[in-house]
Design a protein around this ligand. Sequence first.
Ligand code: G1P
Length: 293
Amino acid sequence: MRKAVIPVAGLGTRFLPATKATPKEMLPVVDKPAIQYVVEEAVRAGLRDVLMITGRNKRPLEDHFDRVPFIEQTLEAKGDHQKLAAVREASSLADIHFVRQGDPKGLGHAVLRARSHVGDEPFAVLLGDDLIHEEDEVLATMTRVQEETGGSVVALMEVSPEEISAYGCADVVSVGSGDYVKVQGLVEKPEPGSAPSNLAVIGRYVLHPRIFDILEDTPPGRGGEIQLTDALQELAASQGEGAGVYGVIFRGRRFDTGDKLSYIKAVITIALERPELGDSLRDWLDDVKAPAL
Ligand code: G1P
C-alpha cells in the first residue's frame, strides 16, 4: 500500500470564530499545524503518496506543504539551520496532491473523489481532525490486517455510552486468536441507548478499492450526507472479492483537534514531551493545580 487520502474539506464550525478565515487543520499544536502530524503519521506507515480532499478556503494547506524560498534564504543567511530544517521538513515529507470536493456531500462523497487517483489498490484514509500520538501506532497494524484478510479495516476505540452518538459505531465478533475483530454491522452516530456497542470508529481506515463501487450507489444517510460508514456496512455484509470489514482496537492516545477540550489536551501532551518546554510547563501546571494560598 502506498497511498493515503486525507479529507480536509470540513468547515470547522466547532472551532468558530478561530476557523472563520483559517482552516481548522492549520491550528497549531505547539509549533506545527495539526495536519502536519497526520501527514507525518501516514509517512511513518510508508505512505508517501498523499491526496488531500480539500474545499474552498483551504489554500493555506497547499501553501504549508510547498517550498518558501524567501523564508529559506533568510534563514540560510542567518545560519539558523534548525529552523531551516523545520521549514523544509513540511515540503519534503511526502508527495502531496490536492483535489477539491466540490459539493460538501459528506465523508463518503469526499472519499469517492479519490477514486481516479487511487485506482485499483488498497489505500488508507486518515481524517484530518484525528491526531494519534506518534508512539501509539495503528496504521501499520491495520495494513497487516488488510493484507491478511483481503477486506477493509477500521480503527475502533472504546468510548463511554454518552460519547458513542458522536461516532460511527461497530457491532463486532471475535475471530480466534487474531489481534483484530470482525465487523458485523456499522451504524453512523446511533441515538443514545440504541448503540450496538461502545466501540467507536475513529478516523483511520484501510480500504479495499471495492468501496468506490459501493460509494457510487450509496444514498444520503445520517444528516443527509453520503456516509462512509453506510458504504462500509454494505461491504461488511457482502461476499466475494474485497468483502468483509475488520476492526483493530486502538488503546493509545487519540485527540480530536476539532474539539476545544481535546485540542487543548493535545497541545499540552505534546508540549510536555518537548525538551525545551516540558519542565517549565510541568511546573506551571503544578502551580495552576495547587495555587499558593
Ligand atoms: C466521522 C465519521 C464517523 C467517525 C468519526 C471519527 O464523523 O463519519 O463515523 O466515527 O468521523 O472522528 P465526523 O466526526 O466527521 O462527524
